[in-house]
Design a protein around this ligand. Structure first.
Ligand code: GAR
Length: 202
């Protein structure tokens, strides 16, 4: 049986697209059942609609308190009964209610080698720091900003002349397949977590 994935996006959705392409093969062991976003009119949502998937938008600005947004997002995701919630370029910090409900099975992908350069501007900050190697990290989400247990990482060299756009593009070339491979393995094989160590397999 395929694991049910709800994917949350905020932007271009290249990681989502890579996942959708992988899910076309039943052997992948997972299927995207819905895609949600924190803003309308983004390419990530358009990709989901083109794939014939249900979509939803939960905007922070539609709620007087952030806790209202947290509750609305939690409900919208819960409706689709996910086995895994997958953040694919989702640029909001999840609330307490969401983490209470899905914190044991929410996975994020981040464009740096955590714990270096957490937050929303990881690629820009890695460049500004002058590191020669950066990369991407797939990790479980906890209550902090990109502080949850690491599942998988891959390195990407910083080249002379890189700017934020070229470096992020080269990171995504490595990130897209790592993300797909990692989500697929979690879905097919399960995992155990102990002292921040994630072991894939039952
Ligand atoms: C990805 O590189 C992802 O790691 C990053 O946003 C990009 C989304 O690309 N996420 C973060 O920076 C989260 N802090 P995509 O929309 O093309 O998949």
């Amino acid at each position: 049986m395929s694991a049910r994935l709800v994917v949350l996006v905020s932007g271009a959705g290249t990681n989502l697209q890579a996942l959708l392409d992988a899910c076309a093969d039943p052997a992948y062991g997972a299927k995207v059942v819905a895609v949600g976003a924190d803003r309308p009119a983004i390419e990530g949502l358009a990709r989901a609609r083109r794939a014939g998937l249900p979509t939803f938008v939960a905007q922070v600005t539609d709620h007087p308190e952030r806790s209202g947004w947290d509750a609305a997002l939690t409900e919208a995701v819960a409706e689709h009964e996910p086995d895994l919630v997958v953040l694919a370029g989702f640029m909001k910090i999840l609330g307490a209610r969401f983490l209470d409900r899905f914190g044991d099975r929410t996975v994020n992908t981040h464009p740096a080698l955590l714990p270096a350069f957490p937050g929303a501007h990881a690629v820009r900050e890695a460049l500004a720091y002058g590191v020669r190697v950066t990369g991407c990290t797939v990790h479980f989400v906890d209550g902090g900003v990109d502080t949850g247990p690491v599942i998988a990482q891959r390195a990407v060299p910083v080249l002379d002349g890189d700017d934020e756009e070229t470096l992020h593009m080269r990171i995504k070339e490595v990130e897209n397949p790592l993300f797909v491979e990692t989500v697929g393995r979690l879905a097919r094989e399960g995992w155990t977590l102990s002292d921040r160590r994630v072991r894939i397999g039952r």
